[in-house]
Design a protein around this ligand. Structure first.
Ligand SMILES: [Ca+2]
Ligand SMILES: [Ca+2]
Ligand SMILES: [Ca+2]
Length: 459
């Protein structure tokens, strides 16, 4: 616990900007190497391991901790009692972090299978404690679809995809798959008014950099009343931090529903795998019939938890490729011209992390504003998450986009629930605040669309 406090104190210094404010660094925009997506935290890898490299320049000690975290991330946990890596369940969604974040990239959207990278958030309409989604009695706010031997899962997600054809103004057709979700085999009755949000595990590299973007930078990108009239009105989420006991800016999770990596990782252990920590010492099934009501020791130690957090903080970003290709350069211009960049912010600067020079003060190209946007009815899950409404999603980072399928070895899946099978499909789903951009994309010539897609694949 002591270690945790020291580390989070350092984190607090960083997050409150005490350090960030004092440091001003001038970035040279001319002659900058545009391949450096993560600044000094960039690695030149474009193979299946492109998301799994540590940031350059780690000390020997930091490399050691990164390695411990790497083990924690890829470790398959088993049922307690076990001498090592026990504690899985009582109920859980998967047996390891890596099974939902394959190769530190995305998960694979299947239901129920062992490699399913999907999870289903649940709630009742209204607000729970501290503005969180409201628990469903007997289920909590996440559906655990697997259980250890002798325990019954809370239920299973059923997915039915239906084809939906999009026709470009030039007559070209693209078939999208529209998902319909429901929960089947619930272990006890689910209230009729329950809400569900199905989400696919996103990539986890480069997140140390995103955690370091000064809060003022993110807030400055928000335009809640759309003063500049471009149809885009991003706004921040504010969420509960159970560790500090405060409401803080949300950054992680697909609705920016988590304030920092410590909270994100500790809740993943608890909710996704059934592993308790000192941050969340109660099992996810606490208070449900299948729990014995006994709160034991945390199932992993603080140093194991912090190593997992550090592992994620110190994962590098893969460099861009083909940046001098004429088609890629044309695509980049179009990306700005049709205002994709209105949400997918190309360039940001990080603040200071006193432990890690290579992620501090970096010029990065994440292509996200970390803000919430109304994406229209077709993408809506209808479930609020703190300040995020049922139609809002956080802009995802686009770095590494062209490498996703190489990393998971199967195929890449896009959008919050993996419904899109290509980057083009993902764009065509954009609605709401992104409708103008989507329409402008559809109105481009075939060659221009190709150029834009080529640019996105170079990220
Ligand atoms: Ca457990
Ligand atoms: Ca649950
Ligand atoms: Ca605006």
């Amino acid at each position: 616990m002591k270690k945790l406090i020291v580390i989070s104190f350092i984190g607090l210094l960083v997050c409150t900007g005490i350090l960030c404010n004092k440091v001003t660094v001038d970035f040279e925009e001319e002659n900058y190497d545009t391949r450096l997506s993560g600044g000094a935290a960039t690695v030149f890898l474009s193979n299946g391991k492109a998301f799994g490299a540590s940031v350059p320049g780690l000390s020997q000690w930091d490399s050691y901790i990164h390695g411990v975290g790497d083990k924690m991330f890829s470790q398959t946990f088993i049922t307690a009692p076990a001498p090592h890596f026990g504690g899985l369940g009582v109920l859980y969604n998967n047996v390891s972090c890596v099974s939902c974040h394959v190769g530190d990239g995305k998960g694979i959207p299947t239901s129920g299978l062992i490699n399913s990278g999907l999870l289903t958030r649940l709630s009742l309409p209204g607000e729970g404690l501290h503005g969180a989604p409201l628990d469903i009695p007997g289920f909590g706010t996440q559906l655990q679809d697997k259980g250890v031997s002798g325990k019954i899962p809370e239920g299973k997600l059923s997915i039915a995809y239906q084809d939906k054809v999009f026709t470009y103004p030039d007559g070209t057709k693209v078939t999208l798959r529209n998902p319909a979700y429901s929960i089947i085999n619930a272990y006890t009755a689910l209230p009729g008014n329950h809400q569900i949000s199905v989400r696919l595990g996103p990539p986890i590299f480069g997140l140390g950099l995103l955690e370091l973007i000064p809060e003022q930078t993110i807030l400055a990108l928000a335009d809640e009343t759309d003063r500049n009239g471009d149809g885009i009105s991003g706004r921040p989420n504010y969420v509960w931090n159970a560790f500090t006991g405060k409401v803080e800016l949300g950054r992680f999770g697909q609705k920016a529903n988590n304030p920092n990596l410590l909270m994100q990782v500790a809740s993943a252990y608890q909710q996704d795998m059934g592993i308790t920590t000192s941050v969340f010492p109660k099992e996810s099934v606490w208070g449900q019939p299948q729990h014995d009501g006994i709160m034991g020791q945390p199932e992993i130690t603080d140093s194991m938890l912090m190593a997992t957090v550090f592992y994620i903080q110190s994962l590098a970003v893969p460099a861009r490729r083909d940046v001098e290709d004429a088609q890629v350069i044309q695509g980049e211009k179009l990306f700005k011209q049709i205002n994709c960049s209105g949400c997918h912010t190309p360039l940001l600067k990080t603040g200071v992390d006193v432990r890690l020079a290579s992620i501090s003060n970096q010029r990065i190209q994440p292509f996200t504003d970390l803000l919430l946007h109304d994406m229209g009815p077709d993408l809506a899950d209808g479930r609020a998450d703190f300040k995020a409404s049922g139609t809002e999603w956080k802009t995802p980072a686009l770095w590494g986009l062209g490498l996703l399928s190489r990393v998971n070895g199967i195929s890449a899946f896009y959008l919050h629930d993996g419904r899109a099978r290509t980057i083009e499909e993902a764009i065509l789903w954009h609605g709401g605040e992104a409708e103008r951009s989507r329409n402008a994309f559809a109105a481009l010539s075939k060659d221009e669309r190709k150029a834009l897609l080529r640019f996105l694949s170079s990220l």
